[in-house]
Write a new protein. Structure first.
Length: 400
């Protein structure tokens, strides 16, 4: 069947449109964002406090990736289903089928603040989905991400479609995520679907479309709460849950908290948000790179190539202190040429200086000779002169 089955007069479609505020500061202020529309015999819920008594919750924080077990929340009365809608609940005539929902990371789809007291803490659910309840649930809500237009559609236990809530994210970044819910006004829900298809308008249900991203599902019987245990107790560290006059409320606190961020300290609650001051990771050293990881905290890693002096650089390089960088230095000077007069005498090489004239301490005149050696030389010279003179006289006599 391509559209909703005909209704009797008492079940004629009702359409209510509410325009949400562009900002949400606390649970007590304007509580929704974007545009929310109710069709059929249902009421659109735009604030988490409108779920008067919570009997089950699905937070999707058991894992970060992979398929969600279909019976993950069966102990709280909710079961996921895959396959044709008509096989999930006998009597359903609308076309469509559901696949297994998956755990994914939230990405940028849930910016703070979230309208209507919506809660997004860790992982979220994607491709979800068709569910049934074991209890007489008449109220259901979730925190919707800003991926696209989204629909919550409900059938009664006989398979007749009761109505549908449509939510369009706001264009303003501060109005792009919100709590969205449906109230069947006392009619127990036999099956409920969430996705991007206008089933009430005749579209085939198919979660593989634009994708529906959500978190923090809650459901209840619509009865007034009796104690705070009947209210949603997973609002995060900066809200308390209480029951007063049959209705749940979640006032914000200003208590110390932990935002699970190693890069902040002195965390405190403010307007429902836990945050702290930024940790100073600087170690005061020029040659380290100071960073902070939200999971591990500060780190001070050495900067490759950074220097404070030549000793920080590789051999043969020099440090430019003004930029703390190492650069290749000039080549070393060549060694001096070898001494050509060096005869290799070890004693001379050990002297460390050039060899000069010897000093004659005995009056040798600096010739390096003793007095006796100088006298012997003189006698030999005189004898040579006598011989030369005698030879010349003989030559002269012979000539005469």
């Amino acid at each position: 069947m391509s559209g909703p089955r005909p209704r009797t007069l008492m079940h004629r479609p009702l359409k209510i449109s509410l325009l949400g505020s562009a900002a949400y500061l606390a649970l007590s202020s304007v509580a929704w964002a974007g545009t929310i529309t109710a069709e059929g015999n249902v009421i659109a819920l735009d604030d988490i406090t409108q779920v008067s008594s919570v009997t089950g919750t699905a937070l999707f924080d058991e894992a970060t990736i992979g398929e969600i077990p279909l019976d993950q929340y069966a102990d709280q009365g909710l079961t996921f289903h895959v396959g044709e809608l008509a096989t999930i609940l006998p009597g359903v005539m609308e076309a469509g089928e559901s696949i297994n929902p998956r755990y994914v990371k939230p990405g940028m789809l849930f910016p703070w603040p979230i309208g209507g007291g919506g809660v997004q803490l860790n992982s979220i659910v994607f491709y979800a989905g068709a569910v049934t309840f074991s209890d007489s649930v008449t109220q259901f809500g979730l925190t919707a991400g800003s991926s696209s237009v989204q629909y919550i559609t409900a059938w009664d236990q006989a398979g007749v479609m009761i109505g549908q809530v449509k939510w369009e994210p706001g264009e303003d970044e501060e109005a792009s995520a919100a709590f969205v819910g449906i109230d069947t006004m006392g009619t127990p829900i036999g099956m409920l679907t969430y996705g991007n298809d206008d089933v009430w308008g005749g579209e085939t249900y198919d979660v593989v479309g634009d994708g529906s991203s959500s978190d923090s599902w809650i459901w209840g019987t619509g009865q007034p709460c009796a104690t705070e245990a009947d209210c949603f107790d997973d609002m995060g560290p900066c809200n308390v849950h209480m029951c007063s006059d049959g209705a749940c409320s979640y006032p914000a606190t200003t208590e110390p908290c932990d935002d699970n961020n190693a890069c902040t300290e002195a965390d405190t609650c403010s307007e429902g948000l836990c945050s702290g001051t930024e940790v100073n990771c600087s170690d005061g050293l020029v040659c380290t790179f100071d960073t902070c990881d939200p999971a591990r905290g500060c780190s001070n890693d050495a900067i490759e190539g950074c220097c404070l002096g030549d000793e920080d650089c590789p051999e043969g390089w020099m440090c430019i202190v003004s930029s703390n960088t190492c650069v290749e230095g000039p080549p070393p000077p060549p060694p001096p040429p070898p001494d050509e007069t060096d005869d290799g005498d070890e004693s001379e090489s050990d002297s460390g200086g050039e060899t000069g004239p010897a000093v004659d301490e005995d009056g040798g005149g600096g010739c390096g000779c003793t007095s006796e050696e100088r006298g012997s030389g003189a006698l030999l010279g005189l004898l040579a002169l006598v011989v030369l003179g005698s030879t010349r006289r003989r030559r002269d006599d012979a000539a005469d």
